[in-house]
Ligand binder design. Sequence first.
Ligand code: SF4
Length: 299
Amino acid sequence: MNTQVSQVQDGKAVRGRPPFKPVNNLGERSISYSDIRTFQMCQLAYRLIKEGAAKAALRDEQVVGNLTHDGSAVTDEGNRERLLQEGLAELPAEKRAEVESKVRKLIQVADELEDEQAFDIRREKLVRWLDEVTGWELVAKPDEVSMTVGDRGSEIIQVVDKKTGGRLRDSHVDQIFFFGLVVYLTRREEFFGSIKLIVRLLGDSENPDREFWFSRAKVDFNLRNVRDVIRQIELALEKNRFKPTLGDHCERCSVKEHCRAYARWKENGGEGDNVASFPPASRQRLKVPQLGGARRRTA
Ligand code: SF4
């Protein structure tokens, strides 16, 4: 589509500037928990994802997770059914029945675990806070942010993140604390009560809600850690150098098909140093520092 606008001025056609359209999101000044985790796991994966590299097809459990999140975020039955059917339609026919059955069960569990005392409920809403120190926005999208009244009658903010599995992971805890940090920062001028953080494990029927309390005492420390990652990203952008980190996690990497480091590593039988193949060979001729040297291709 041609986005340029032509106007006639003094009998001459004048071409208007096309509207600004970024070609990709590399260099955007916002950061989510998933960005932090990806960048810390592998800088190159961060770059490829932000550049919009096509991602590998989702694994079944990811599809189940996404459909469960979408479905439990809406309370209207009609909308919920529509979302579910749209999601299922994208799956191969032979997988639909199994995924549908899992998703329906998980949504039912999520409904049963809804806190009836909660009010002012916001589901799957983006929460953003601009950090004036770095100029970056911290972005979070918890499944639910609501208010409730504690035992002593004071109002409490509840931040809920739902997981379809039954096992609490460190990353779940880190993520819910990041969500808590962003929610706190957006409301710190007007809310002085407690913030409860809940990781809801829909796959654990015995003890689904793992609860934590957000600590104001750790805000500076946590913010420092986020700013530290932002600085590392800015440095990588400045040098245009994002290191690959190779390992078992590559097999689950959503952009491995676009990763030269991964391809060479596999050619090499998964051996060798873990930062050898970026920048790509075309730029290595320009004397960009190499990290580990070129490898001979094997047939
Ligand atoms: S395949 Fe591995 S090295 Fe390549 S981008 Fe993914 S995580 Fe990084």
